[in-house]
Design a binder for this molecule. Structure first.
Ligand code: SAM
Length: 293
């Protein structure tokens, strides 16, 4: 199935799941016809939210809507052939995650070499790529720097599914995968930490938690942090792909070079260097200050 078909299935299953959990179909079965406000009162939800949910169900063919704005079920919404709705939802979500990993893997294949070679990383012996997903950048790093050991740290769901993305025919022991949550769990020890396509997606509070943890574990005078992000120009109008991407962002934001420099300095990193690679992602490297900040 193509991406559009997958998105359709995910939307359909999500609407079905939420509406059935709220017992909307129970209220509207047996030719019962109700307005959104009546459904909202019965399920004790907001009118606005209920109306959106009912409209979504109608647009997906799970409910009917009359010109007067009444909702009803024409048939039993979806035959699940004995499959529990929770299981159906879980399996569709799992597929969506797999597609997300495939997409990240493909983008990383295009960007990893330029990120890995943006700076001379030969002084480092160990790297931890936080949110490193399928390990594309990790593999690129060990190719370029054969003495390097790289730990890819990502959520358990992701790490459980990385095997099918590994390069075939090679037994690479210098890339390891560790499951964890970088907000909650201890971070693996490393000389160099990498955050590739992570910070732009986080709000200030989450950035504070993550950068404080990295700053605390990073070795003064020896440790460093490498970011891979789209770096906007100082006016924040270019490159367009970075500015346009921010239209679809919820919590985070895109930054220019000065903002990334300030952010790293705030968390104890110094000598911040920025490399505009000409590829999709640029690179920012900062070294942990010798003395405590
Ligand atoms: C946008 S992707 C970037 C993947 C990769 N770094 C790259 O540049 O292609 C974000 C990654 O961060 C991971 N991630 C998100 N929240 C996380 C958390 N709390 N702990 C660990 N990894 C996390 C996601 O699973 C995903 O692999």
């Amino acid at each position: 199935p193509g991406p559009t078909e997958d998105n359709g299935r995910l939307l359909l299953t999500s609407a079905l799941f939420v509406a059935s959990k709220l017992k909307v179909f129970d209220l509207l079965k047996d030719k019962c016809v109700l307005k959104a406000v009546d459904v909202a009162n019965k399920i004790e939800a907001s009118v606005c939210g209920t109306e959106r949910l009912l409209d979504a169900c109608a647009s997906l063919g799970l409910l009917e809507k009359t010109h007067q704005g009444d909702f009803y079920c024409r048939t039993i919404p979806v035959r699940t052939r004995g499959v529990r709705l929770e299981d159906l939802f879980t399996s569709v979500l799992k597929e969506a995650k797999q597609h997300f990993m495939t997409a990240m893997h493909s983008i990383a294949k295009l960007t990893a070499r330029d990120v890995a070679t943006a700076f001379d990383l030969s002084p480092f012996r160990s790297v931890c790529d936080l949110g490193g997903c399928t390990g594309v950048l990790a593999h690129e790093l060990v190719q370029k720097y054969p003495n390097l050991n790289v730990t890819v740290f990502d959520l358990p769901d992701v790490i459980a599914n990385v095997s099918c993305f590994q390069p075939s025919g090679q037994h690479i022991t210098s890339v390891m995968f560790t499951a964890g949550d970088f907000f909650k769990d201890n971070l693996p020890e490393a000389d160099l930490y990498i955050l590739s396509l992570i910070l732009h997606d986080l709000n200030d509070e989450k950035i504070h938690i993550l950068l404080s943890k990295i700053s605390a574990i990073c070795k003064p005078g020896k440790g460093a942090l490498l970011l891979a992000e789209i770096v906007l120009d100082e006016e924040k109008t270019h490159p367009s792909r970075g500015v346009l991407q921010s239209l679809s962002m919820t919590e985070g934001k895109q930054r220019n070079g000065s903002e990334y420099k300030q952010l790293l300095e705030k968390y104890g990193f110094t000598n911040v260097q920025i490399k505009i690679t000409g590829n999709i992602l640029d690179a920012i490297l900062g070294f942990k200050k010798t003395s405590a900040r």
